[in-house]
Design a protein around this ligand. Sequence first.
Ligand SMILES: [Cu+2]
Length: 163
Amino acid sequence: MFRNFSLAAAAALFAAPALACDGFEVRDAYARATGAMAQAGAAFMSLHNTGSRDCHVVAVRFNAAARTELHTHQEDDRGVMRMVEIDAGIPLPAEGVRVLDRGGDHVMFLGLTRPFAQGDTIEVTFVFEDGAERTVPVTVDNERQPGGHGHSHSHGHSHGKQD
Ligand SMILES: [Cu+2]
């Protein structure tokens, strides 16, 4: 139903931004420091688009890291799992869910300027294709075990992992 916008309708949209990612929600988010020196960290969560329009996460920002990237794991030609940046970002179709979990997709913080202390809340900003941004609180839980989904019951809803 959105394919046949009139120019007037499009202009109205720009005048009063109806953001494509109005339905964006982050659930069951936690972050942890990684590596021996804990100079890097990662965050895991499920990303939900509860809206009726597709949206697309193109970047993430965090103000206490030198760089923040969307990562996934890929197997290299020797069978070793390595982290790689997801250049294309994360598409979230209408009513879609994308689970970021250990060993798969994650938000990567490189060059932490302060340590991730257990129980801290950090603010992570998601940037969408249309320029809109959403900042969400993420709790630091360095003790969380892989695969734990807390209370979100989000098992089995991971879509579109890159291979
Ligand atoms: Cu990573």
